[in-house]
Design a protein around this ligand. Structure first.
Ligand code: ATP
Length: 423
């Protein structure tokens, strides 16, 4: 290796190490698509892992959307084998045809990779997003009028699906990574969609050069993202404190002291509401600013409203945010399965009868003589989980009818603490 090449690689390794927070985790998964960014990530991480004695494993997701994808996965598998690393190809087969294909594919990719990481006991998985990706993300979000969270773009470290995702190349430039691969004599695949102007990201990439005369380039945009991330952390901390003071959970609902809520700064109110909605709905993406503001303004006037599959109402000095009955009225699962993504039924004694878990609803509530004494809003109880045998109500633990059954809440939202993974 010539001296400048060695220097360039040392600089990349330095950037990578700082992206990793100073040290390589002892067990690390690497997500390798076969594209230039993730192949360079693997090459650089492998060099570091050998020196540090860390254990690396690699994974590729074949979405089954392009005929070449299988070949690309094989290329990565061969390369991993040459490095002496385990590799697995995961297949995405269960798209329901709903929504945007790109988003569904990305979501599935993270889920599949999280499952793989759990099986392989890898608590941390590294991704190959670069400073160029970050800059494009910031520009795309500007176009969508994003606030602090959106402009903070991708986090160098985030938690989702029980895995810590690292993006240690967020400081590195795409071109520098390709130079590294050329020097190392390594191949990568160019995804043909990387030139396809039908994608907003590609149009953004192609427009970036035109902004240089304005002093806007990849470095400036990536720095904007870092500045916004710092601001977001401060807002999150303030929201945490406010939530600790005024927010509690009852019967699966999020309950906030109304006076303190309305006295909080507007942005903190918005974040508290997002947190409450997210705890109930558990969806991947928070609702947009406008509808949340309208919901809060309505509550201040005493109006109940629905948003993101939740309902909110003001009652006796408290704001109750809970599952909207309409969002779960047709949801029924066998009693040993998870209901509405978060509720599990626990039989308290003996062999449970064949039964199903579904919303309590008005017919169920009419069979709960004690619900009024609990002081919970009727609307909030309608969407609570109940145990049914055909038309017969066996138990409604959150409405005071808990004969031989408990219900337990398994998980909350994914979106409140970390920026969405998508970009
Ligand atoms: N099919 C895949 N299998 C494994 N990891 C993937 C896959 N697609 C993306 N990744 C991971 O996510 C990172 C960001 O990917 P992005 O969404 O930009 O997709 P890409 O452009 O296909 O990947 P690359 O950045 O490697 O060219 C990649 O660098 C890689 O670490």
């Amino acid at each position: 290796m010539t001296a400048p090449a060695a220097t360039a690689d040392a600089a990349l390794t330095e950037e990578l190490l700082s992206g990793l927070g100073g040290a390589l985790p002892p067990r690390l998964g690497v997500a390798v698509s076969g594209g230039g960014d993730s192949m360079a990530l693997l090459s650089l991480l492998h060099g570091m892992a050998v020196a540090a004695g860390s254990h690396l494993e690699t994974v590729t997701v074949d979405h089954g959307l392009r005929p070449e994808a299988a070949e690309e996965a094989t290329m990565v598998a061969r390369h991993a084998a040459r490095l002496g690393l385990a590799h697995e190809t995961l297949h995405w087969r269960d798209w329901d045809g709903q929504g945007n294909l790109q988003n569904a594919a990305r979501e599935a990719r993270y889920r599949l990779m999280a499952g793989w990481a759990a099986r392989r006991a890898l608590p941390v998985v590294a991704l190959g997003h670069t400073a160029d990706d970050q800059a494009e993300t910031v520009l795309m979000r500007l176009a969508r009028r994003s606030g602090v969270d959106g402009l903070a773009a991708m986090a160098p470290r985030s938690e989702r699906f029980g895995v810590t995702w690292l993006r240690p190349l967020l400081f590195a430039r795409r071109a520098a990574l390709r130079d590294h691969l050329r020097r190392a004599g390594l191949h990568w695949v160019e995804d043909p969609s990387n030139d396809d102007p039908r994608y907003a990201r590609i149009r953004t990439r192609q427009s970036l050069d035109a902004l240089t005369p304005l002093g806007i380039d990849v470095e400036t945009l990536a720095e904007v993202a870092r500045n916004m991330a710092t601001a977001r952390a401060a807002l999150d901390a303030q929201t945490d404190r406010a939530a600790g003071d005024i927010l509690r959970m009852e019967a699966g609902a999020q309950v906030m002291q109304a006076d303190a809520f309305f006295a909080a700064p507007e942005e903190i109110r918005r974040r508290l509401m997002l947190r409450a909605l997210g705890q109930i709905n558990g969806g991947a993406y928070p609702p947009r600013r406008g509808p949340v503001a309208a919901l809060i303004a309505g509550l201040a006037e005493g109006q109940a409203a629905a948003l993101a599959g939740c309902q909110a109402l003001l009652r006796r000095g408290e704001i109750w945010v809970f599952r909207e009955y309409n969002a779960v009225r047709d949801l029924r699962v066998h009693v040993d399965q998870l209901w509405d993504g978060r509720w599990r039924a626990i039989p308290l004694e003996g062999q449970p009868p064949e039964a199903e878990l579904r919303a309590l609803g008005p017919e169920g509530l009419a069979q709960c003589p004690d619900w009024r004494s609990l002081g919970r809003p009727r609307a909030a109880l309608l969407s609570t989980p109940a145990i049914w045998q055909g038309p017969r109500l066996l138990a409604a633990p959150l409405a005071g009818l808990d004969q031989k059954w408990h219900v337990r809440r398994e998980s909350g939202a994914e979106w409140n603490k970390t920026a969405p993974l998508s970009h």
